[in-house]
Design a protein around this ligand. Structure first.
Ligand code: CO
Length: 468
């Protein structure tokens, strides 16, 4: 019996525990050792890392990828991609999606895990097609959620759609950490039977149930599990690599992991966590166990946002009513999984419905866009009466949202002009216009200054720092 590990410390661990603020220079020294640990893959790019490189770290995300590739000679590099949203928060035109994936693979990515917040297959199609064209592994994702319509049959249908689309493997992704051991067992068994594809399981420790869920997933035949090295594990991150590997080896599974290497990797990352705590990038709150999400059926992050919003409005005493309104709003919306952005949209609407005393009296721009079909198809039936009220009689779109977008690459190239020196620069700009432009401008300044003598350079360095 074999089960393989995907190490998440460089991406999800970094993102969940330290707001994605770990620069590559902090961990470069351990990468060669990580390459020897026996991981199936290392999740190291995508998600929020790209945005964070440009916006906070003054680091070129493409250069980071090439650096990773240079060190990981034997281990597959894995990234997380939000389907048609790529690494951003809106739909991008197909030409940008295709070009971005082509460049990600060209610069070293082996596996692309692609998901859509609504589990709408139409939002994954272009990305999966391009991943296959470029010869990388396309890992289709089923976002786990609980609702009256999310039956095993509904999930099986999704898994079959991913298989038919050409996905090479399937990920069950539980971002809120609310997947029960029983559900994990059923879903993994079902997906294996329905698709015959390798199954990856991605869970977070937020509610503390993760290790039970992982063990049952492996018992059901999961091929790969996501974990984070122990100093970056637990809380809102993944379960610990060493602990799960140790336990599974005891149960007779071969993990292929080298425990001496794992130990060294952990010793390396431990001080980085300490540094993050000292800098205020992380807190004990994201590291603990928060079981509320299991009872309230809303993700932990969403719950704390609601509490904070209500407190700001002097309405803390209305929390219970809001928590009761959320399932009703969610039902009106056709039961979207509660992840970004649908969790914010749903929560905001529930608050407004309760505080105004009239349902859908006030509706956010995002909620209008949702009911207008701009995020894609809802998993279930949308409440048409509410939809009409919100859209004021306007017909919603029924096509794939990206079908309405003009090609964007040439336009982006023109706009950023000579600041972009390669296609990768243009793509950074197309995804994050403001932070990419600032990054590229700083690069120009830095390089001009480098031609000056050391004394001038020192002044210039100070100046660039202040610009931040
Ligand atoms: Co995650």
């Amino acid at each position: 019996m074999e089960v393989r590990f995907t190490e998440t410390v460089l991406r999800d661990g970094n993102q969940s525990l330290m707001a994605t603020r770990m620069p590559a220079s902090d961990y470069e020294a351990i990468l060669d050792r990580m390459d020897e640990a026996g991981y199936y893959s290392v999740e190291c790019w995508g998600g929020a890392t790209f945005d964070s490189c440009l916006r906070f770290l003054n680091e070129d995300p493409w250069e980071r990828l090439r650096l990773l590739r240079g060190h990981f000679r034997n281990t597959r590099l894995q990234m997380l991609l939000r389907g048609q949203n790529l690494l951003g928060y809106k739909h991008y035109p197909d030409d940008i999606v295709r070009m971005f994936i082509a460049k990600a693979v060209e610069n070293g990515i082996d596996i692309i895990r692609v998901f859509d917040a609504l589990n709408d297959p139409a939002n994954l199609e272009t990305a999966v097609d391009e991943i296959k064209l470029r010869g990388a592994e396309a890992q289709g994702t089923v976002c786990y959620t609980r609702s009256p319509i999310h039956t095993l049959e509904k999930y099986a249908e999704l898994a079959r759609q991913l298989r038919d689309m050409g996905c090479d493997s399937i990920c069950i992704k539980d971002m809120a950490g609310i997947m029960t051991p029983g559900d994990a067992y059923d879903l993994v068994s079902l997906f294996r039977e329905e698709t015959q594809l390798p199954i990856s399981v991605h869970v977070h420790c937020t509610t503390g149930i993760a290790p039970l869920t992982l063990v049952k997933a492996v018992e059901a035949g999961a091929d790969r599990v996501d974990t984070a090295i122990s100093s970056f594990a637990g809380g809102t991150s993944q379960f610990a690599t060493e602990s799960l590997a140790y336990g599974l080896e005891d149960l007779g599974y071969n993990t292929g992991l080298d425990f001496n290497a794992l130990n060294e990797i952990n010793e390396f990352f431990r001080p980085l966590k300490k540094k993050a705590i000292e800098k205020g990038l992380t807190s004990i709150y994201v590291m603990g166990t928060e079981t509320n999400a299991l009872t309230y059926q809303v993700p932990g992050g969403m719950l704390s946002n609601l509490q904070a919003n209500l407190r700001d409005m002097g309405a803390s005493d209305r929390l219970q009513e809001v928590l009761e309104e959320i399932p009703r709003v969610r039902a009106d919306m056709g039961y979207p999984p509660l992840v970004t952005p649908s969790s914010q949209i749903t929560g905001g609407q529930a608050v407004s419905n309760v505080l105004t005393g009239e349902r859908y009296k006030i509706v956010s721009k995002e909620m209008k866009a949702y009911f207008n079909g701009e995020y894609g198809h809802a998993p279930g039936q949308i409440n048409e009466e509410i939809q009409r009220k919100v859209l004021r009689g306007k017909e919603p779109i029924t096509c794939r949202p990206a079908d309405l977008l003009e090609p964007g690459y040439e336009k982006a190239k023109e706009k950023i002009g000579s600041l972009a020196r390669c296609e990768e620069d243009v793509l950074s700009y197309a995804l994050f216009p403001q932070s990419a432009r600032e990054f590229l401008e700083k690069r120009e300044i830095r390089e001009v200054m480098e031609q000056f003598p050391a004394s001038a350079k020192k002044v210039a360095a100070e100046w660039v720092k202040e610009e931040k």
